[in-house]
Ligand binder design. Structure first.
Ligand code: FES
Length: 249
């Protein structure tokens, strides 16, 4: 396959960026999107030009690092990550636009790489459980109802890629934050911090400059792991409950 790529190039956070055009030849339909970018970078390096900076780690749809907007869509397609998107999804001769996540809370570091440390700070605000020190407890010491375990697992699938933020017209991180809050709040192990977790994580989310949720639902559509929109409703319920409890005490 022969493709034309229009790639966002930006030296650093402060420099102005622009789309630059590259022809890429010899692309196999079996290559992943990132392998196709590797092919371009190999050529740029041999020519003495700057390779395109992009984030990646596992290349297996697990780590959430590969944050690319492809032809206007986060990860290029619903229910996938850019590393799991294969070139057979495109046609010979296609022109493809590749951009970084676009959100005020995710500043561009270089080319297609954005700073997603805002997500780390949201996790630090409450994405943990208190555990007693000492010997490891017996595995069944704390019974977890099956429904709660299933719900926790559903939310734990969030890989923190940021596609929800990139897809949202408001740049909202409600889907990400709700996945992380609900994952622990539904479990008995998460009960000691149940109120502080939701209050602190939502406060941190707001402090990071993410936009508000207006329920457009783009986040849930773009999410490669299918975190449902109802997750936001559950977090709002938790937040109201926590506020009532805190104001009563
Ligand atoms: S590189 Fe890890 S999810 Fe794509």
């Amino acid at each position: 396959m022969k493709l034309t790529l229009r790639v966002w190039r930006q030296k650093d956070t402060r420099a102005p960026g622009a789309m630059e055009e590259y022809d890429v030849d010899g692309v196999s339909p079996d290559m992943s999107f990132l392998e196709m970018l590797d092919t371009l970078n190999e050529r740029l390096t041999l020519e003495g030009a700057d390779p395109v900076a992009f984030d990646h780690d596992c290349r297996e749809g697990i780590c959430g690092a590969c944050s690319l907007v492809i032809n206007g869509d986060a990860h290029g397609r619903e229910r996938t990550t850019a590393c799991q998107l294969h070139m057979r999804s495109f046609r010979d001769g296609d022109t493809i636009d590749v951009e970084p996540w676009r959100a005020a809370a995710f500043p561009v570091v270089r080319d297609l790489v954005v700073d997603r440390s805002a997500f780390d700070r949201i996790i630090q605000a409450g994405g943990y459980v208190s555990v007693p020190t000492g010997a490891a407890p017996e595995a069944h010491a704390t019974p977890v109802p099956k429904a709660a375990a299933d719900l926790a697992f559903e939310h734990a699938e969030c890989i923190g890629c940021g596609a929800c933020v990139a897809a949202c017209p408001n740049g909202s991180a409600m889907l990400f934050t709700s996945a992380k809050v609900n994952h622990l709040n539904v479990l008995p192990q998460g009960a000691p911090e149940r109120e502080t977790r939701v209050l602190d994580m939502v406060a941190q989310m707001d402090a990071e400059g993410f936009g508000g949720c207006t329920l457009t639902g783009e986040c849930a559509t773009a999410c490669p792991k299918g975190i449902p929109l109802m997750s936001i409703t559950s977090m709002n319920k938790e937040w109201l409950r926590a506020n009532r409890k805190v104001s009563r005490n």
